[in-house]
Design a protein around this ligand. Structure first.
Ligand code: ZN
Length: 477
């Protein structure tokens, strides 16, 4: 990033809600069905049909709003957003214009140990469009299954200043929605996707620069690259005396480049007007309070609890709550583990290493928190050390074995038997006379080298503290 310019980013996130049926008809929302098998006259936009709002959509949107600290409107309405595109058979999308369900919320993020609050301008409900499939013969096919799948659009304030902050915000938002359980948030199936609004300005400038919008990014990786790339493109433009044009751009993941799609419309281009077929959405206090009562403990609350109850570091706690699976896993382990802090350490290192290797965007751990707790307890009790624990956890991940059984069966326990260790230490001392002399002449490093030899000889199973004491004792004899 240039020292002269600051990047300003606002994100619009589209999230498909996990209702069983669509927003205005009874068609199924299940992903992956054969094309055009989940549509009816309503979602195909045939003349004479009437939409009926799915109540569950309002419930989920309100829950999402409450979980992101939004004010819930008492009177929402739905509007027609008019535009033509082949994936939108009605030639308008039912969305919300000036009375969205939720407004003025925020999400707190943590980047490089600093907390930052990202404002949420609004959350509104709308219907998804169909899907165009460009086939290899150069034709275009259309699948209307997605037409009318309920969406919430979550619009952030332009509070984001880097790709890193954008990622932290999206991860936090996704985690919150998964906790509240209103969407499966599968990025690879398009149920959590993001438009990036980006502009640059000189540091210290008050006014925003002209922004561009990059549409439908659906992986953290492409969002990151698109932001870096677009920032550089705008800087180059301004530096060469050019001007940024307000437009929508398409990010091409393979070419690592964005392309101009069309000049960006303003709201008035859409000729919004209230949908005459749909009633206002009246929400009363009791409804909102009922929703508030349904909210599960959210990431920030759980994080504070881990720091207070288990003395976890800010960073570890933040990482663990970043996914509901991880947090649930940790809490299950915490019930029977003798040191939650050591459990968190092993999660941050060995478990994260295994999780990051898997392609799945969701965290899937193939063993229980309880099983993990018994592994950690072996460490706490001094039965095994962390390098043996690493071997065991790899095997648990691969074969789902029981850690206590494996340690027993493969003889992985640390050697604490004094006569056994004495024999090994004596042998090492006899065969490394020079190192022993070095130690006696005051080289502390020599001791480490002798401990290392004993470890090698015992495949890392010698109890380190005992080994050290025995070496010192036997040398001084
Ligand atoms: Zn339908």
């Amino acid at each position: 990033m240039s020292k002269k310019y600051e990047v300003v980013i606002g994100l619009e996130v589209h999230v498909e809600l996990k209702t069983k049926s669509k927003i205005f008809c009874g068609c199924s929302t299940v992903f992956g069905a054969p094309p055009n098998t989940q549509c009816c006259p309503v979602c195909l936009g045939l003349p004479g049909t009437l939409p009926v709002l799915n109540e569950k959509v309002v419930e989920y949107a309100v829950l999402a709003g409450l979980a992101t600290n939004c004010r819930i409107t008492r009177k929402g309405k739905q509007d027609r957003k008019n535009y033509f595109y082949p994936d939108l058979p009605k030639a308008y999308q039912i969305s919300q214009y000036d009375h969205p369900l939720c407004e003025e919320g925020y999400v707190d993020i943590e980047v490089q140990d600093l907390s930052k609050r990202i404002g949420i301008t609004r959350i509104h409900i709308e219907e998804d469009a169909g899907k165009l499939i460009h086939d290899q013969q150069g034709g275009t096919l259309i699948d209307y299954n997605r037409c009318g799948v309920p969406l919430i659009e979550i619009v952030s304030e332009p509070d984001i200043r880097s790709a890193e902050e954008a990622k932290a915000y999206l991860q936090k938002l996704r985690a919150i929605l998964l906790y509240v359980d209103v969407s499966d948030c599968k990025m690879n199936e398009g149920s959590f996707r993001c438009d990036v609004n980006l502009s640059i300005r000189e540091y210290g400038a008050k006014a925003f620069g002209t922004r561009t919008e990059m549409k439908n990014l659906n992986s953290f990786n492409s969002i990151n690259r698109a932001i870096e790339n677009e920032t550089q493109r705008q800087i180059r433009l301004l530096e060469s005396g050019g001007k940024v044009v307000q437009e929508s751009r398409r990010w091409d993941q393979d070419k690592n480049k964005s392309f101009s799609m069309r000049s960006k419309e303003d709201a008035h281009d859409y000729r919004y007007f209230p949908d005459p077929d749909l009633m206002p959405i009246i929400i009363d206090e009791a409804y909102i309070e009922n929703g508030r009562g349904q909210l599960p403990p959210l990431p920030d609350e759980r994080k504070a609890n881990y720091i207070e109850a288990y003395q976890l570091s800010q960073y570890d706690a933040e990482q663990i709550v970043s996914s509901k699976e991880l947090a649930d896993f940790f809490e299950e382990a915490a019930i029977s583990v003798k040191s939650p802090k050591i459990a968190a350490n092993i999660m941050m290192t060995d478990l994260m290493r295994l999780i990051s290797k898997s392609d799945d965007e969701d965290v899937v751990i193939p063993f229980s928190g309880q099983s993990f707790a018994s592994l950690v307890n072996l460490i706490v009790d001094g039965e095994i050390n962390t390098s043996i624990a690493k071997k065991v956890i790899d095997k648990m991940w691969k074969d789902g074995i029981d850690p206590v059984e494996m340690v027993e069966k493969e003889g992985l326990k640390l050697i604490k038997d004094e006569s056994m260790l004495t024999a090994v230490v004596t042998e090492i001392l006899e065969s490394h006379e020079k190192v022993v002399q070095d130690y006696l002449s005051g080289k502390e490093k020599a001791l480490q080298s002798l401990i290392g030899q004993v470890m090698r000889k015992t495949s890392g199973k010698a109890d380190p503290q005992m080994t050290k004491e025995l070496i010192i004792k036997l040398i001084k004899k």
